[in-house]
Design a protein. Structure first.
Length: 281
């Protein structure tokens, strides 16, 4: 590697290594991604969404869950840093056991954490108690860029636990962790945004990444489509592990076919308390 490129690579890794310590920069990435795709979905919408009141009202409801998610993550970040540092100090995890190069360490860490996103998503769909929390995400009948962080606090906490588990197994250092978190924030905004891409382009993207149409199938109101396409950034897990499915995007209808009344998908208090009530059959 040329000296200049080597220096830039090290500077990039150093930047991500300490990114967790710069909350304003991380917030700028999140907000920037949301605003960018908010503008794009306004220019090339996939569906003419019919909000209960207005798009801003819908965004406000989802923003409440976004704030709660960020508060939970702030506390989890302390544990994430300590666990990643412990792995480095004790040389524990796949990246240390294999004596991986820096590039391979990034790849292993990113793939391991993306697998954690796929795995926790699958588990939440398969375990009835956990599904009660996750269905709040699926109850949104107007999927747009703000839906991406519409997660019940219980859902967010479980995602954090699986995230920690895969850091522990992989030994992912903080630069690898923060590269993945940056990717997943942008990918979440992209895949939930109400944007219309050429079908062929979307299909090509879906061979490597979770594309918007691929994820919209996951938000279809009927099973088995709801129980498919669990990936967050990369589509490899769905394709390798048999959870990939496709559907003509024109046939997709958002929401749930049971468990939750569509007319209440913007009632924050109802959404927060719903998981503690037994779902209707």
């Amino acid at each position: 590697m040329p000296e200049t490129a080597f220096t830039m690579w090290n500077e990039l890794l150093a930047h991500f290594q300490t990114l967790e310590q710069r909350p304003l920069e991380r917030m700028a990435i999140l907000v920037g991604g949301l605003l960018f795709f908010w503008i794009v979905e306004g220019a090339i919408p996939l569906f003419p969404l019919k909000y209960k009141k207005t798009k801003l009202r819908h965004a406000g409801v989802n923003f409440v869950f976004t704030v709660i998610h960020l508060i939970i993550h702030t506390f989890l970040a302390i544990v994430i840093i300590k666990l990643s540092d412990w792995c480095a100090e004790t040389q524990f995890g796949i990246v240390y056991w294999t004596n991986a190069s820096i590039l391979l360490t990034v790849i292993i860490g990113v793939l391991a954490l993306d697998f954690s996103s796929w795995l926790v998503h699958l588990v939440m769909h398969k375990v009835p108690l956990l599904w009660r929390f996750h269905l709040i995400h699926h109850s949104d009948t107007n999927v747009d860029v703000t839906t991406g962080l519409r997660h019940h606090p219980g859902d967010s906490l479980l995602r954090g636990i699986f995230f920690l588990l895969l850091i522990f197994i992989s030994g992912a250092p903080m630069y690898s962790v923060m590269i993945y978190q940056t990717l997943v924030v942008l990918a979440t905004a992209f895949t939930h945004a109400n944007i219309s891409l050429p079908v062929k382009l979307d299909q090509v993207l879906s061979w490597v990444l979770i594309s918007p149409n691929m994820h919209k199938v996951h938000h279809h109101w009927k099973q088995p489509y709801t129980d498919s396409n669990y990936g967050a950034v990369f589509s490899i897990w769905d394709r390798l592990l048999g959870t990939f499915s496709s559907l003509d995007i024109k046939q997709v209808k958002y929401g749930l076919d049971r468990y939750y009344p569509a007319e209440k998908d913007e009632e924050v208090l109802t959404l927060l308390t719903k998981p503690f009530k037994k779902p209707e059959a």
